[in-house]
Design a protein around this ligand. Structure first.
Ligand code: ATP
Ligand code: MG
Length: 368
């Protein structure tokens, strides 16, 4: 069973130094406002992705009186072997990442060991925000399931940048030159679309099951849009849109415009669900991702578990829904961390042998 156990956090916001051991199933972090609960989740996010989920600016994360921060953890891999993984970041923006003392070059190596999903106040943007978050629901799956995804994605972004630079060129451009970019861009983009479509088909099946269980009062539907007209290849749509793109100075149709429409009947969920219902919808989306990843990798005999971080679970959810979500989370084959100001009751709701409760106070983390 993959996951992290002992974790050490140094100089992250109000946490000067903390060391504790996570439960393989549920870890509950309870404490008053401003005690450091979200900072623990931020530390774990840094361990998996080498960046915070709260800010792009690492100097805000590093404790005011420190020059660098670090997170280190014991990790159990797919074969049951133990590894030590760690990330250190300084105020100058340098990042050091290690697996078993060996420096690694890209965060993708850590991310692929430690798939992570977070549910926080920012998660509403999945429903109310731009299409980027919704595309990433699928890209997260494709990253972990399709070994070619990351490289193809990087290539697509580079080609798109080059095409846009050409479109902006003051002295104009030759159509043949544009055509040669378009051929390559279309190939990579169609590949991205295939990865996304395959992820979407699996994902929506899990989503339908979860949403029926968690939000039975509403009938929700997901529709995938690939980022260019459904009845055209990207090659055709780039060709048809050359004049528009030339005027715009950038490429209008591309995989970067893909979206998932989340609908209740004919309306967008963003327009008609209550705040609590939106929160439950976020849980259904994340749970569906976790279940899709687990089942897709299981087919490849890789039982990689996702780390699910839930910040302030009590916010916006009534006790009945919190209980329902705990039940569902308990069945999702993942390692779960939950923060909140009142969590003691959860220990019994989950079953005491499946969870550990910690008290967080002024940056110190102690077993309750
Ligand atoms: N760079 C920093 N250096 C030192 N302390 C910081 C820094 N940034 C934030 N803090 C402090 O860290 C504390 C912990 O913040 P955190 O957001 O983790 O609290 P929390 O327990 O999640 O609170 P809440 O229940 O309100 O969400 C806050 O008191 C904040 O003022
Ligand atoms: Mg918080």
């Amino acid at each position: 069973m993959t996951g992290i156990s002992r974790i050490g956090i140094n100089h992250i916001r109000c946490i000067r130094h903390a060391e504790f051991t996570l439960h393989p199933n549920f870890t509950l972090l309870c404490g008053p406002n401003g005690s450091g609960k979200t900072s623990v989740l931020e530390a774990i996010h840094i361990l998996s992705l080498a960046r915070s989920f709260r800010t792009q600016n690492i100097t805000k994360v590093i404790s005011d009186d420190a020059s660098k921060c670090s997170v280190i953890a014991d990790y159990t891999d797919l074969s049951g072997g133990k590894k030590v993984i760690g990330v250190e970041k300084n105020r100058e923006g340098d990042t050091l990442m290690r697996i078993d003392r060996q420096a690694i070059k890209t965060a993708a190596e850590l991310t692929s060991l430690l798939p992570l999903r977070i549910i926080s106040q920012e998660s509403y943007s999945l429903i109310d925000g731009s299409s980027k978050g919704r595309r990433q629901l699928l890209d997260w799956l494709a990253f972990h399931v399709e070994p070619q995804f990351n490289q193809t994605w990087g290539m697509t972004q580079r080609l798109l940048k080059q095409r846009n630079a050409l479109l902006k060129r003051k002295q104009g451009f030759d159509l043949n030159e544009l055509n040669s970019w378009d051929t390559e861009l279309s190939q990579c983009s169609e590949q991205i679309n295939e990865f996304r479509t395959s992820a979407f088909n699996r994902f929506s099946a899990h989503f339908i099951t979860y949403i029926a269980e968690l939000l039975p009062s509403a009938t929700l539907r997901l529709d995938l849009y690939k980022g260019w007209p459904e009845n055209q290849t990207l090659r055709e749509s780039l060709f048809a849109g050359i004049e528009r793109d030339r005027k715009l100075g950038y490429t209008h149709h591309s995989p970067n415009r893909a979206d998932i429409a989340i609908k209740v009947g004919n309306k967008l969920a963003a327009e008609c669900l209550s705040r609590g219902q939106k929160k439950i919808l976020v849980y259904a989306l994340v749970l569906a991702q976790v279940a899709t990843l687990f089942s897709s990798l299981k087919e490849k005999h890789q039982q990689l578990r996702t780390l699910v971080l839930i910040d302030d679970m009590g916010a916006e959810l009534d006790i009945k829904n919190q209980n329902l979500l705990l039940d569902t989370l308990a069945r999702c084959n993942s390692q779960v961390l939950i923060t909140g100001t009142e969590l003691a009751w959860m220990k019994n709701a989950i079953s005491p042998d499946r969870c550990k409760l910690f008290h967080v106070e002024q940056g110190a983390i102690n077993l309750a």
